[in-house]
Ligand binder design. Sequence first.
Ligand SMILES: [Zn+2]
Ligand SMILES: [Zn+2]
Length: 360
Amino acid sequence: MSAFPFVIAPSSGAAGEQSMLALRKVAAAPGIALVGTARPRPAAGEVLLRMEAAGICGTDIHIAEWTPGYESMASCLPVTLGHEAAGIVIEGPDAWLGRRAVLRPSVLCGRCEACLSGRSGSCRARRGIGIHRSGAFASEIVVPEANLVAVPEDIDAELAALTEPLTVSHEAARNAAIEPGDRVLVVGPGPIGLAAAHFARKAGARRVVVAGRRDEPRLACARAMGFADCLDTADAGLTRSLADAGLPAEHDAVIEATGVAALVPELISLLAPFGRLVIAGIHAAPAQVDLTALVRRHQRIVGSYRAPLSAWPEVLAALADDGEVLRRLVSHRLPLSRIGEGFMAMASRQAVKVMVTPDG
Ligand SMILES: [Zn+2]
Ligand SMILES: [Zn+2]
């Protein structure tokens, strides 16, 4: 059940030894295409990687469906998708050759006011790998050397490819300002929510409740990651489901990873005084908020999105420590030639994380 056309045309584009399979966005309209395309060549300051593993992200699904918010891609098409990747450097400076790296997706301009004043996190002209320039759903990928992050040797390619989405979760948990003993509610059991639950637990939360709505495969993943308190709120709603399960009615932190704006007032009602609501979902609609209640209860609402560079080594350390828990996020493994099945599984919420590897 997918809302976007998926075209397989491996013989189109470049042919012969110089061609490779790539999953591309070719037009500013719903759809994606698996096509033959020329192998990329690195320019000055860039490196060539052999792709080892790349995850399909919710962003990739939005791009395939062509939901509003991705218009800036139109002038960059055709572009190879994929930004959650690990690979081996096969062309570049000696220090990198043969090493496994993960990619920071944001290519910064280095020229805008933010970049020049050292606040490159606020770069106005950033270009996303796998969005505005070609990414990792291909056998080879070219990226700026500055976007590489080295992977410690004890972390395999599949785990390494989880690094980028985990930095988003890590940032959400950091913004929740969790203190030992806190009660935490995570709403939305996709990969971002599940990994945020993991980082909340790691930060010392006493109890982490994971809630979803008709999300059984993802709630099963939460249980497999060791979260005992998992709720399907489809029938009774969130507040009633918590009460029926004998779980707290107030939480010190609530992490929202659903993108359902209509839920936000209820999430605030589930916050304890001085509680923090972290909004990590991408919302298609505005939310209505009772500000006076928020004021009188000293609560905070925080938006959380891209993590700073400092999060990357912390996430890689977590992958080294908790790799087998975090690997449970990978629900599907597919070769690039079958990536269309992975998009379908993600779009229908049957998958948690789909990991794509090169063919053969
Ligand atoms: Zn992503
Ligand atoms: Zn800039």
